[in-house]
Design a protein around this ligand. Sequence first.
Ligand code: HEM
Length: 314
Amino acid sequence: HPPNTWRISWMLLPPPDSKNVNQTLQGLDEKEPRTKDDQGKSEEKDPIKNETEVKIAQPTEEESDDQKTPQATPAAPSIAVPSFNLDSTATSSEPDTASMPPPSFPAANSPQRAMPPPPKPASKPASSLMPPPSFPAPNSAQRASQASSLMPPPSRPTPRSSLGVPAVPGRAPPLSAAAQARAPPPRIDTPKSSSSKVKLAPGFSPLDWASLAASKNLSNVSSFTRVTPSMLAAKNGRKGNDAWSVYNGKVYNITPYAPFHPGGKGELLRAAGKDGTKLFMEVHPWVNWEGMLNSCMVGVMVSESEGEGLDEMD
Ligand code: HEM
């Protein structure tokens, strides 16, 4: 066998000119030899072409020695070609590849070879090109529970409101089919609103109140007053008295506002003669009572002792 460097040098040779090769093939196909005149003409036209054609198509002893065409020459390997042998019994550094069996993996003397091969399913033929295992496994309980391997996955209903808006977390989720069957039929005659707002009489809208409150003082007192608990309890809206109510320590005369209250007069007067802060905050903490009732402010709450002898503030 030639050294590997021979093959390498042959592979690195520049490829022959394709143009000349075609011309060479053309010359080989010609059955009759050319005349001198023809050769002369062709020499005049393209001497290089003709010369190359003759040399390659009809090689002679002299021309082969001319060495004009680069040929592979054996060269001594500059670097020793590494060789290795997996067979520990072999002694020669140059393995005889023709007589040697192909190397196997793991090596014959490796610890991996000593280990038993992993168990393989008996039903499947052993193959190195075996596809990856499917999921669920063919012998799993999941696969057995499925009626068909082609069964589509269960569809999940997308909760949507009637307006097509995704359901808001915290709101009631849509009822299932079974729950809808158990639920009573929906009422369609008189839809009752969950709001506790009342229908206000004409001329008592929030805008009307804003206009009235901005026009004059509605407190029905001449000046700010120190209001004691006993005084507050007396102003409960009964027997012709005004209704006072306390919100965050400030005392308001809520009587003028009662017909304008969107929640109704009765709801508002539940806090009459009392501190209504807790009730107020339970229903509508977002309402700005200070701005709405500014013209209705009577005074501030004081203790019984602080209010003695002082009915009105300076
Ligand atoms: C003087 C103090 C008060 C003022 C200025 C006031 C004002 C208002 C306003 C502006 C609304 C409409 C809120 C909205 O549309 O979002 C409202 C509704 C309501 N208010 Fe008052 N309110 C006062 C005291 C009270 C009190 C003491 C109660 C209960 C004891 C009450 C019960 C209600 C109720 C039940 C509604 C209807 C809420 C609804 O269902 O939308 N309010 N109030």
